[in-house]
Design a protein around this ligand. Structure first.
Ligand code: UDP
Length: 370
């Protein structure tokens, strides 16, 4: 198959690349995946109750990139869903990121007012402040607030999610959910947000639906013996090199699904439990596409370490020693001709969907220039 491209992995990164090679360059592409379905961890399906289930946890699309948005719009319409996350703090349902509304939800009104005034005096309105920075305060009231948010929102959740404290993982992780000096209760502020109207699997299916593309599921890269024009590898880069420098650590997630004979289980699509229980959050899937059913399906999310053969890779663990190990593999990768690595696992980067898609588009554009 010397005139074929091989794309390893059928998630967004692989599917975008396959689609562009087939469509724009009119080249042949073989796409393989170890799993028995397309779309990688964004895979979704309608269950017997008519509810669209996100098999690997909630996926909410959001982007500021016109390029990514316009590219995806070729394959799907999006609803106008704007994600909000409810968190249970001191038994109170409130929205996070922690914002001016949260202050009034969790504190007595007089204290909330004092904190609000101090925040407005000390910070620019609408500013997003990562918790690890927010802790660097001199004012006693703001110190109290920072310690409260650190303890109630971040410390226990991050320890459950990563097996590490907020200080032990890269600051960019907790900075994803900043203290937000705003009345905006949304989780994302991106210009474009939404859920694909027919689900994520359908989007990937449409990307791959091209006469130049062949898809083989249940297929391991190690079992493919042919030569290819180029190889695009979206699996874990350490696996490609037979773990010669050691295994790159990942966090995995175990979703315990439950079905209830009632219309709704909780008030929102996602409810976080930073301080209670062993799970981090509960997803209730019918909210995303407003699915009508007398039943509802939820998933409790338990984080655990990734172990080969036991569970799936979900999150690269952003720590200096892991980046160092990744760099060794990246150096090896550079020396290879016509082999490219991309995606969360190929780049060992905590990409959101839009960033993974942009990376694939940009890699394709670089190839076209050469
Ligand atoms: N986080 C937290 N408490 C929360 C929500 C998030 O401590 O209630 C921290 C935690 O470290 C988490 C990170 O912020 O891993 C990023 O959260 P996000 O919701 O973006 O994670 P994802 O949806 O990608 O799992």
């Amino acid at each position: 198959m010397e005139n074929y491209n091989l794309v390893v992995g059928c998630g967004f990164s692989g599917a975008v690349l396959a689609n562009l090679l087939a469509e724009k360059l009119n080249e042949k592409v073989l796409v393989i995946d170890k799993k028995n379905h397309i779309a990688g961890n964004s895979y979704d399906y309608r269950d017997e109750n008519g509810i669209m289930i996100h098999k690997y946890g909630s996926h909410i699309f959001h982007t500021n990139s016109e390029k990514v948005w316009n590219y995806l719009k070729q394959f799907t319409d999006f609803n106008t869903y704007m994600h909000r996350v409810v968190a249970i703090i001191d038994g109170i349902e409130t929205f996070i990121p922690f914002n001016f509304n949260t202050i009034y939800d969790v504190f007595p009104a007089t204290l909330a007012k004092r904190l609000e005034e101090k925040l407005l005096k000390n910070f620019e309105y609408n500013k997003k402040v990562p918790i690890l920075e927010f802790q660097k305060q001199n004012d006693e009231d703001l110190k109290f607030l920072a310690n409260y948010v650190y303890e109630k929102v971040f410390l226990h959740y991050t320890t459950k999610q990563w097996g590490n404290t907020p200080e032990e993982v890269d600051g960019a992780v907790t900075a994803r959910v900043p203290v937000y000096l705003s009345k905006d209760t949304r989780y994302f502020q991106d210009k474009y947000q939404g859920i694909p109207c027919e689900g994520y699997s359908k989007v990937v299916e449409k990307m791959l639906d091209h006469p130049n593309i062949e898809v083989r599921l249940n297929t391991d890269y190690k079992d493919i013996k042919n030569d290819f024009k180029r190889v695009f590898y979206t699996g874990s880069i350490d696996e490609f090199f037979d773990y010669k420098y050691g295994k790159l650590p990942y966090r995995s997630v175990n979703f315990k699904m439950e079905t209830y004979n009632r219309e709704f289980y909780q008030v929102n699509s996602v409810v976080n439990y930073p301080c209670n229980y062993d799970f981090t959050r509960i997803h209730e899937y019918k909210y995303y596409l407003d699915d009508k059913s007398e039943k509802t399906v939820i998933a409790k999310e338990y984080s655990e370490n990734f172990e080969l053969g036991k569970n799936e890779r979900y999150y690269p663990i952003p720590k200096p020693e892991n980046f160092e190990l990744y760099d060794k593999y990246a150096q090896e990768a550079k020396a290879l001709k016509n082999v490219y690595f991309l995606g969360r696992l190929g780049d060992y980067k905590y990409y959101d969907m839009d960033k993974a898609i942009l990376r694939a588009i940009e890699l394709f554009e670089t190839l076209m220039q050469n």
